[in-house]
Design a protein around this ligand. Sequence first.
Ligand SMILES: N[C@@H](CCC(=O)N[C@@H](CS)C(=O)NCC(=O)O)C(=O)O
Length: 198
Amino acid sequence: MRKLTLYNGPNSPFGRKTKITAIILEIPIEEKIIKIQESEFIDNFNPLRKIPTLVIDDNQTIIDSDNICLYFDSITNKKSLFPKDRYWQIMSLTSLANGLMEAVLERFMEISRPDQEQSKKFVNKLETRALRTINWLENNWNNYNEEYLTMDQIAIACALDYTSFRFTNQWKNDCSNLDKWFNSFLKNDFMESTLPKI
Ligand SMILES: N[C@@H](CCC(=O)N[C@@H](CS)C(=O)NCC(=O)O)C(=O)O
């Protein structure tokens, strides 16, 4: 078995996706929680200096959470999280969830800057994007299949939890179908054991 080191952060929603995938597919990884801004060594593996970053046998890198999840899926003998018959649908919904994570993350970074450096217009654009995406999921997404776990479910749950953590949980009042599914999905061990750490 190859040595798999997952560089991760304490509350990255992208990193959470990869950790959950490793748990579900029973891939043995060594997770190293790092402070990305202070981790210059990562640049040798991933010059974007982003987490998650997966390093295989100390010399091969897999960059981007989706690629890491796909890699785990390719080396397991468990049921695929990316079934072929719905592959493009699952990938597109996963990208949608990634975009939601990105909007919430960028908004948080923007409002963490000194007051005079913040752009209210930019924050507003990101908030609108995030809420529009969640409303779209409420009205269009119905993959609540408890029998077959797929990557879109994991990514959407991580994105919604991150939205509540960093932005707002107002969406829960407005999107009752999504919220009902989300509340029951959160009870999975892999969700509970990967809650964001403050
Ligand atoms: N597309 C990337 C996004 C990863 C990402 O944005 N990670 C954030 C943490 S949640 C990061 O490392 N940010 C560091 C920085 O921007 O300096 C993925 O899916 O892995």
